[in-house]
Design a protein around this ligand. Sequence first.
Ligand SMILES: NC(=O)c1ccc[n+]([C@@H]2O[C@H](COP(=O)([O-])OP(=O)(O)OC[C@H]3O[C@@H](n4cnc5c(N)ncnc54)[C@H](OP(=O)(O)O)[C@@H]3O)[C@@H](O)[C@H]2O)c1
Length: 293
Amino acid sequence: MKVVAAGVSGFLGTRLTNALTEAGHTVVRLVRSEPTGPHESLWNPHSGDLDSSVFDGADAVVNLCGAPTAFHRWTQDYKHLLLTSRVNPTRVLAAECARLGVPVLLNASAVGYYGARGTEIVTEHTGPGDSFLADLCVQWEAATAAAEAADVRVVHLRTGLVLGMDGDLLKIMSLLTRLWAGARLGSGEQYYPWISATDHLAAMLFLLTHPVHGPANLTAPYPVTNAEFTKELGRALHRPTPWVVPEFAIRALVGEFADELVDGRRAVPAALHDAGFQFAHRTLPEALAAELR
Ligand SMILES: NC(=O)c1ccc[n+]([C@@H]2O[C@H](COP(=O)([O-])OP(=O)(O)OC[C@H]3O[C@@H](n4cnc5c(N)ncnc54)[C@H](OP(=O)(O)O)[C@@H]3O)[C@@H](O)[C@H]2O)c1
């Protein structure tokens, strides 16, 4: 299989390109600075300048582009970057897939699509929420329209919190917990749809070759509340976690990003389940046992 991949210098992309390469597939990485080898090709994800010949014979395009959402204060300028760093590359790659007949486009998205949902069980049939991130996800997914119109099999990877020690989230949360500073956020009742990094990678590989199209929640079958998550992480790391960070303190610290921490959504992976995907880590204790180092 030949895969053209963008936004792959980061957490999820490095794992994907390594796995594909180790399995003997050809990966051409679209890079934003000078290529360092024959499997890299320079592109500008905003203007669309790229070498179209890299798509010759491609079986799929995977697009994981996007400036980081977490651990940044969401100023107006940063919110603009969050949007354009996702919508622009998506529009460029969808147009190339349509024009050059690439059959499959896996495009990143997020469970933030659903907004704040309380305890409601959320599947891919649930509509979008009304937060900044929900609106961003709607625009992000709509940016693949050209590919869908050309019958490309487009999958929107509505990803939850990916747990792996090479990603910032688990690294930072486990460090805080080890330092006896693990705390629940706000009420703790908000649901966090998590997925182990192992299962996230397996799901992307599965979706490359299985006939799923449209949105797919990349989340484990059993989401937990923030309070349960905090407690379980403490248990795995043998630390108490009785503390609470109040919502006003979170808002003062991270601005509007606080919505994503204090509101939740109980997203479940209906599309992956229907397609027969088997999770290695169905529960949080299983995932933490496998991913914590
Ligand atoms: N990790 C999670 O828990 C999670 C959850 C939900 C959704 N997602 C989504 O999944 C995708 C990949 O996540 P990740 O954790 O691997 O993120 P990451 O480590 O931050 O990597 C994202 C990649 O996007 C590219 N990028 C960064 N800034 C950009 C910009 N201004 N314009 C265009 N491209 C830019 C970079 O790749 P290059 O340098 O190679 O261009 C970067 O490596 C993202 O779209 C993210 O929003 C992740």
